[in-house]
Design a protein. Structure first.
Length: 198
């Protein structure tokens, strides 16, 4: 029996299968890359401050033991938005409060998850370092004038995973200049700046 003609045929068939398989794998890789660059391109998650509520304000003076006391509680209502087509998982973030350039308060933002093209709303209660305000006469003057200017800063780190393979880290930053009306404990005006780092 002559088998000499079948060996080249088998090799040729094997080579053709390998070329076709390699072509399919290459096409799939190119498709994934194209989808990752276009349809699943990572976009910056943003954080918007909706409002800042003056939840508690108390000021007093002890005449027996001369000392001032100031207690302030601020609730920052913010929304984190995920413009991506995949979930955005974020770790523990932070919110900081500044008065006349000095940090006077901070709060932790708990970790969470935002669905594709979804948003999450949260209220963060900021703990005020009252001791840093007590010695500042400007804060009492501002309170008596009826309005106090603050600056808030939030940072939320997270990541998105595209197609279960590509992981991209995103950090969302928001800074706002806020003027609080002491009388009705509402925000008179606010101006925010947003930034994200990929």
């Amino acid at each position: 029996m002559d088998t000499g003609g079948t060996k080249p045929s088998r090799r040729h068939h094997r080579r053709r299968c390998l070329l076709i398989s390699g072509g399919i794998v290459l096409a799939l890789v190119l498709l994934l890359v194209i989808l990752g660059v276009t349809l699943f391109r990572v976009r910056e998650a943003t954080t918007t401050i909706n409002s800042v509520k003056l939840d508690g304000l108390g000021a007093g003076f002890n005449f027996l033991n001369p000392s001032a006391d100031l207690n302030v509680t601020l609730d920052i209502d913010l929304t984190a938005y995920n413009p991506n087509r995949v979930r955005f998982r974020y770790g523990e973030g932070s919110a900081e409060l500044f008065y006349r350039g000095g940090q006077i308060g901070e709060a932790e933002i708990p970790p969470g998850e935002i669905g594709a093209r979804g948003s999450a709303r949260m209220v963060v209660t900021v703990t005020i370092f009252a001791g840093r305000l007590i010695g500042d006469s400007a804060v009492y003057a501002d309170v008596l004038s009826g309005s106090v200017d603050f600056e808030t800063s939030t940072r939320i780190p997270g990541r998105v995973t595209v197609l279960g393979i590509f992981k991209h880290h995103i950090v969302s930053y928001t800074s706002c200049d806020v003027t609080l009306n002491v009388g009705n404990r509402t925000v008179e005006k606010s101006s925010c700046r947003y930034k994200a780092k990929l």
